[in-house]
Design a protein around this ligand. Structure first.
Ligand SMILES: Nc1ncnc2c1ncn2[C@@H]1O[C@H](COP(=O)(O)OP(=O)(O)O)[C@@H](O)[C@H]1O
Ligand SMILES: [Mg+2]
Length: 479
């Protein structure tokens, strides 16, 4: 059994919450990000009762809760004595009379039935009958929109939670802590394929070859991660037309970034409003994120991208090959249709990793925090296509620029020369920020990321220049 990775801050805050009882907490986040695991670790040494609601009626859940509460407390509670949730909350308040008590109601959205309004009943008891008893109640749930709605201005619970948090998947470094014996490069591939979702990462065993693991758990239709990703969209209760959402995700994963192109690729050209709505919902689920060129004008359209690496891998490599995969050809799919394209796929993954690494390490690298972090894609005035991977406005206002290369061999100094030329071209083409990036007063220098490192010549030049930082995979993975 592995220990708990990260979540230190959440555990601290949850423990503090219990010290301030009576208190109410809200925890939400996508399925399998580790909510239950976290709650299970937070109060190990305190008196606590945990209930996992099932996807059934509110009444059946209440009956089950009463049964489990009887067992937990050693008292004989009879279901008939608890005809409504109000009675259940009253009982919990009473149980806290004899000493501090933490109660977790997990998958709380299943308790929010139509017929009896559990939230209003909770509020009634909370406001009038708790009388300072040391009860800590945590409502936890996977339906992000529903749970977040509990905090909204129109919810009866509004203003009452003393603590609330959205739990997110791990970043690249915490992901590595889940697979500690892998090399940095392997850890990066793992992050690229499985993302940072803990439940997906625990399927990776120590000994296995990565190719073998991905084939068995992600590609194979019986694989655990495969099955979970397949149902990802269906599991969101708020989504009524899963097929449309899948088509949108698939279109974005193919590299269509703007609404019209996504609509066309998804076969929804005549229903752009559906695409716009789907993009909004997927963004709130953090399955999609949006970016724009650095310094883009206010009305520039956003570019949509898949936010979760596992989801992107799924649509790029699994979904597309499902016929072959269904007929038991997972190994062949890996060899012929995944492995040869994996390094190309990793380019975008690595860009995200570098951004996450900057958040963690910028102090150590002698740089301020980033107010903005973006790319730039387009053409100069003679229509030469230009892409710059990294333009960041640091908190002192200076501009940091650089490139991010998922390389297999050390990269050379010409990358720096190419960036200089691009910046000069763009400055001449009227991009004001590019002028700033070239101005010694306004530039914070250059930061280059290369997975496989840099040539000696580049290292030498960087040392002479004094304003060029070079970072490879090992630098990213220092703890
Ligand atoms: N912080 C963590 N450290 C190590 N493993 C974790 C962590 N969070 C989750 N896991 C693993 O992922 C699994 C799924 O997490 P779980 O808490 O059930 O997700 P959720 O309740 O959000 O659906 C856990 O059973 C555990 O094996
Ligand atoms: Mg759970």
């Amino acid at each position: 059994m592995r220990g708990i990775v990260d979540r230190k801050q959440e555990i601290e805050e949850l423990r503090a919450l219990a010290q301030r009882a009576p208190s109410l907490g809200l925890l939400y986040g996508r399925r399998r990000v580790g909510k239950t695991f976290l709650l299970d670790h937070a109060w190990a040494d305190m008196r606590h009762f945990y209930f996992l609601a099932a996807d059934t009626t509110s009444e059946m859940n209440r009956a089950e809760l009463i049964r489990e509460l009887s067992e937990w407390s050693g008292n004989d509670y009879v279901e008939a004595d608890f005809p409504s949730w109000r009675n259940v909350f009253r009982l919990l308040a009473q149980l806290a009379e004899s000493g501090p008590l933490v109660v977790v109601l997990d998958e709380f959205q299943y308790l929010m039935g139509q017929t009896d309004d559990i939230v209003s009943q909770l509020v009634a008891i909370w406001d009038r009958e708790l009388r300072g008893r040391p009860l800590t109640l945590v409502l936890c749930g996977s339906e992000v929109a529903t749970m977040a709605g509990l905090e909204a201005g129109d919810s009866p619970l509004y203003g009452r939670p003393n603590w609330s948090a959205r739990l997110r998947p791990f970043d690249y470094l915490d992901t590595r802590a889940m697979v500690p014996n892998r090399s940095p490069r392997e850890a990066a591939y793992i992050y690229g394929v499985f993302g940072g979702t803990p439940r997906f990462l625990v399927t990776i065993t120590e000994e296995d070859e990565l190719a073998e693991r991905v084939t068995e758990t992600v590609l194979s239709p019986r694989g655990e991660v495969h099955l979970q990703l397949e149902r990802l969209i269906e599991q969101e209760k708020g989504i009524r037309e899963p097929r449309e959402y899948r088509a949108v995700l698939s279109a974005v994963a193919d590299g269509n970034t703007e609404t019209d192109r996504i609509a066309a690729a998804a076969g929804l050209s005549d229903r752009t409003h559906v695409v716009i709505r789907a993009l909004g919902v997927l963004e709130s689920l953090e399955l999609i994120w949006r970016e724009r060129n650095f310094d883009a004008a206010e009305r520039t359209p956003w570019k949509n991208r898949i936010a979760d690496h596992a989801v992107r891998f799924w649509y790029r490599f699994v979904h597309k090959n499902r016929s072959l995969l269904e007929t038991g050809e997972a190994r062949r799919v890996w060899r012929q249709r995944v492995e040869p394209y994996l390094d190309d796929y990793m380019g975008k993954v690595f860009e995200r990793m570098c951004r996450e690494a900057f958040l963690r390490h910028h102090d150590r690298w002698g740089l301020g925090g980033a107010l903005e972090w973006a790319r730039w894609e387009g053409q100069d005035r003679s229509r030469r296509p230009i892409e710059i991977d990294l333009i960041s406005r640091l908190d002192d206002g200076r501009l940091l620029t650089g490139e991010i290369k998922w390389s297999s061999r050390p990269i050379d100094y010409d990358v720096h020369l190419a960036l200089q030329r691009d910046l000069e071209d763009l400055a001449r083409s009227g991009q004001g920020w590019a002028q700033g990036a070239l101005d010694p007063e306004r530039s914070a220098g250059h930061l280059y990321f290369s997975a496989a490192g840099f040539s000696d010549h580049f290292h030498q030049r960087a040392a002479e220049a004094g304003n060029i930082l070079l970072r490879d995979l090992n630098d990213l993975y220092v703890a």
